[in-house]
Design a protein around this ligand. Structure first.
Ligand SMILES: Cc1ncc(COP(=O)(O)O)c(C=O)c1O
Length: 387
């Protein structure tokens, strides 16, 4: 038999469990609380801007690293909100979503064998991202109920091969919002070990109960040590538009731009123009978004508690991580499968957020980026199945 046609890299990861759950949900006509996308419209003003851009024939490649107008809007927003001094010409790369931003950044800064620290549980893309970029992930545990990390464990994970640490705040799947002191501690380790912080801040405006979003790139001495990633998908409810961005030093930006160019050339040109308008929305838009999500969070959390889930209330993002140890003896994958087939509610088994599936065996993640009616239908289904 000849050599397999599948590369060793591709053989090392599986298809996304989250997207698989969405498919099973569609087959059963269920309510999808699995994948993180809203079932309500994107902002009307942003959609109108996209239509105008297409009518104005902005239909060809944009500048590969992002249309000047969008980069200017990103630079203004990142300077003001994230408190990172950002120059549109030197520091910004627009990519096809935060997803491409992350892999472009990793490919731009890592060499095979470099170690990357990843907090666990983690957003499932980071595992394959490390494999694709030839890096070796080192996992550091976030422990419930606060999803805090052990500072000594983190310090021990840093070593001579450490090139970067991936941070995600607010965090998927736990909803943890990293506190300033935690980020100061991480920043200290990055400076000491000359490592980069690659930080995925896609949920940066979805915050509850007075939580403060802190960007590690704004901390002292970190501007040269950080790649800050965000995008349109979550804050502007447009996961299908595929517009995201990286902010980094001029040197790193040069490497990310080249990598991005050869991965995808560029993000959709007319949607970049619309994104530029959306980034300039006023404060009321962002406050309203967070308040709407808080209501949805509280609705879902109370139903989950009522039906026997142990709820870890998120401080940010639009997920609720739960523990089902008190509800069932079966593992998370079996439980999630039963819940979608018999109960009609799709969720994500906790094991998809851990490198050792046993560690997520009693966890189930719910997404509440849904209309109130959808959440109420899910509540009824959960009460019928478990109540
Ligand atoms: C932490 C995190 N990063 C990135 C993404 C994907 O972002 P994008 O749609 O911009 O690629 C998601 C989507 O669920 C996410 O949860």
């Amino acid at each position: 038999m000849g050599r397999p046609f599948v590369s060793r890299k591709a053989a090392r990861f599986t298809e996304s469990v989250i997207r698989e759950m969405s498919r099973v949900c569609a087959q059963h006509g269920g309510i999808n609380l699995a994948q993180g996308f809203p079932d309500f419209p994107a902002p009307a003003a942003m959609k109108e801007a996209a239509k105008r851009a297409i009518d104005a024939d902005i239909n060809q490649y944009a500048v590969t690293w992002g249309s000047p107008r969008l980069r200017a809007a990103i630079a203004a927003r990142t300077s003001a909100y994230n408190r990172i001094a950002t120059d549109a010409g030197a520091n910004v790369t627009v990519c096809c979503g935060a997803t491409e931003s992350m892999i472009a950044a990793l490919l731009a800064v890592l060499d095979p064998g470099d170690e990357v620290i990843v907090f666990e549980p983690f957003y499932e893309n980071y595992g394959p991202d490390c494999i694709l970029s030839g890096a070796v992930p080192r996992f550091v545990r976030l422990s419930p109920p606060e999803w805090s990390f052990d500072r000594e464990e983190l310090a021990r994970a840093f070593g001579p091969k450490t090139r970067a640490i991936i941070i995600n705040t607010p965090h998927n799947p736990t909803g943890k919002v990293f506190a300033r002191e935690e980020l100061e501690f991480i920043a200290g380790l990055c400076r000491e070990h000359d490592a980069l912080a690659i930080t995925d801040e896609i949920y940066e405006y979805i915050l509850y109960d007075g939580a403060e979003h802190v960007s590690i790139g704004a901390l002292e001495g970190m501007s040269e040590h950080t790649v800050t990633i965000s995008g349109l998908s979550k804050t502007w409810s447009a996961t299908g538009w595929r517009v995201g961005w990286c902010v980094a030093s001029e040197e790193i930006t040069g490497a990310i731009r080249k990598t991005h160019d050869f991965l995808t050339v560029g993000a959709p040109a007319p949607l970049q123009e619309a994104a530029a308008e959306a980034l300039a929305f006023d404060r009321a838009y962002f406050d309203g978004l967070a308040e709407d999500y808080r209501e949805r969070r509280d609705l879902l959390a109370s139903v989950l508690e009522e039906t026997g889930f142990r709820v870890y209330l998120p401080g940010g993002s639009y997920y609720i991580m739960t523990d089902v140890g008190g509800l069932t003896d079966v593992d998370d994958v079996t439980f999630a499968d039963q819940l979608v087939r018999d109960g009609g509610v799709a969720t994500v088994p906790g094991s998809s957020f851990f490198h050792d599936p046993a560690d997520g065996r009693t966890m189930i993640r719910f997404c509440f980026a849904k209309r109130r009616e959808t959440l109420e239908r899910a509540a009824e289904a959960l009460r019928r199945r478990l109540g």
